[in-house]
Every structure is written in C-alpha cells, then in structure tokens.
Write a protein that binds this ligand. Structure first.
Ligand code: NAP
Length: 282
C-alpha cells in the first residue's frame, strides 16, 4: 500500500481497540481496489470522545467506524444521524461530508445481508433472539423492518421487556421471556431462526453456551454473533443436532463492507475482506 500526501484516512475508534479486525479487513479491500485510502485504529478514552470527534473535522478524516463503548454517546457530537441509528440509539459508522458528520448503523443491515447471503430470504420468519444489548437492538430493528415475529430472551428480564416494547413501537409483534430453560423450551418450538447476541461462549469462556443444546432441533437456523472462537459451543452443538449454524464473521464483514461503500462509493470485495479477517483470527 502506498500512503501519499493525497491519501484519505478512514479509522475505527474504540476503548479498547487494538483487537479490532476492521483495519485488516478494510486495508485488504483498499489494496485490492487500489484506491487512495488508508484505515487506522485510534484508541479513544470515553472522556475524550468529544475531542476525538472534533479531530475528525479538523483532520478531515473521511470515514469512521465506532465500536464499544462509544456507539451510543458519539451521537451527541454528530451533526446528523440517519433514521435507523436514531431508532436504535447507536452509531457504528460516521461519514464526513465536507466537515458535516452524519452517523449511521450498519450492524443490522450487515447482519441481514450475512444471513441472506447464506440462507436466503428470512423476511416474515419467526425469530428467537438471545440477549437485549446493543447488537440485539440493531438486529431486532432490521428483523422488525422485514416483518419478522420476534421473541427476546435475556438474563436481565426487564431489558428484554424494554426491547420488546421498542419493537412493538416499530410496528412489529414481539414478546419478552427470561433466559431460562422452561421459557426457552417453549419459545424455540415455534421459531425458524435462533440468534445469539449475548457474549456467552466468547473467548476465553469457550465451553459456555447461552442455550440448552438439547433444545436445538434439526433444521433450525442458528446464528451466533460471536466469531472468536470461530466454532462456539453453540455452533458445534447446533451442527451436531442437524441444525444449520453460522458464526458472526460474515456479519462483521458485511457491516464493514456497507461502511466502506458509504465512505468511498465503491462496493468492496467481500471475499477479500473475509479472507483478511479469517487470516487475522488465525
Ligand atoms: P452488550 O450491549 O453489552 O449486550 C450484552 C448482552 O449479553 C446482554 O443481553 C447481556 O445480558 C448478555 N450477557 C452478558 N453476559 C451474560 C451471561 N453471563 N449470561 C447471559 N447473558 C449475558 O453487547 P453487544 O454489543 O450487544 O455484543 C454482544 C455480543 O455480540 C458480543 O459477543 C460481541 O462480540 C458480539 N457482536 C458481534 C458482532 C459481529 O459483527 N459479529 C457485532 C456486534 C456484537 P444482560 O442484559 O443481562 O446483562
């Protein structure tokens, strides 16, 4: 990669950020397309978020990805946010148009593209979502938009209720259940797709699973947002029981690809980004 005086800068901000796969994915796309951009990671402390955003304007950073813990708080520093980001209260992508910063969320659309690229259309299907945090909200918004019926199961039941109410306000049927065996056993019987958005099973706690394996039936679609490890206990158990399973790597790639397209106007090569992420994960 040739970094020149004319090279435009893209970046990700987070705290921590050194583990992020975004630089490796985006720089692989930049190299493959031979365009004049470079993508770097900036560690930004929560108390310096406002200064960092001012820095994007001053340094004319072309585009920004926002990761934890800044996705919600960054909104107050932006000039504008799009409808989806406003609904879910979270931004993962900032586009700098001549100093005007607009926030978007590509998490939900990235999730949906990744599912549909593997399993085809899921509009109108019934979904059980484990978790009620930031990623659950982004995904639920997208699923509600395409007419899915959604059940939210969460350890902290009140958060499941809050999210189900938001989904109701977005015009789609939803209900909340506790993340407990009995409730899960009943709910899973009537769904087509099970999505894990909790962090249970993530490295280093790789033997943990958020869902009782014996409740998984053949033919169920099981999507685990976790990609480290690539095969979580949930993915292993699902495949062993004749379900179809995916990890979260494709969501990571597609949400990144959507951001890239917003910044550059160019569709990046998905396979190049995915291979780069897989190599980086080892
Ligand atoms: P978050 O907002 O902090 O939400 C975390 C969720 O996990 C909450 O629902 C929380 O339940 C639940 N949880 C945490 N520990 C738990 C435990 N021991 N037992 C049961 N539930 C537990 O986080 P997030 O941003 O939504 O991210 C969640 C996961 O998705 C992470 O593993 C993250 O790496 C992954 N992710 C992947 C992608 C991708 O592109 N593949 C994108 C975003 C996120 P409570 O409400 O009870 O605390």
């Amino acid at each position: 990669m040739n970094v020149l005086g004319s090279t435009r800068v893209l970046c990700v901000i987070g705290h921590p950020v050194s583990h992020s796969l975004s630089p490796v994915m985006h720089n692989a796309a930049i190299e493959a397309l031979n365009v004049d951009y470079v993508y770097v990671a900036f560690h930004v402390l929560p108390e310096r978020l406002g200064e960092a955003v001012e820095g994007f304007r001053a340094l004319e950073i072309a585009g920004v990805n926002v990761t934890l813990p800044h996705k919600e708080r960054v909104i107050e520093y932006l000039d504008e946010i799009d409808e989806t980001a406003r609904a879910i209260g979270s931004v993962n992508t900032i586009v700098n148009s001549e100093g005007r910063l607009k926030g978007f969320s590509t998490d939900g659309p990235g999730f949906l593209r990744s599912v549909e690229s593997e399993w085809g259309k899921v509009g109108g299907c019934r979904v059980l979502v484990l978790g009620a945090g930031g990623s659950a909200k982004a995904i639920a918004f997208e699923l509600a938009r395409i007419g899915c019926e959604i059940v939210i199961a969460n350890r902290t039941y009140s958060r499941a209720v809050d999210l189900a109410q938001s989904i109701g306000a977005w015009g789609q049927g939803a209900c909340a259940i506790p993340l407990e065996r009995e409730a899960l056993a009943e709910a899973v019987q009537s769904v087509d797709l099970l999505i894990n958005t909790t962090s249970v099973g993530m490295h280093p706690d790789v033997e943990a699973t958020p869902f009782p394996p014996d409740l998984i039936r053949p033919g169920l679609l099981v999507y685990d947002l976790i990609y480290n490890p690539p095969r979580t206990k949930l993915v292993e158990e699902a495949e062993a029981r004749g379900a179809r399973a995916l990890n979260g790597l494709k969501m990571l790639v597609y949400q990144g690809a959507l951001s890239f397209e917003m910044w550059t106007g160019i569709k990046p090569p998905i396979d190049v980004m995915e291979n780069a992420a897989v190599c980086a994960l080892g």
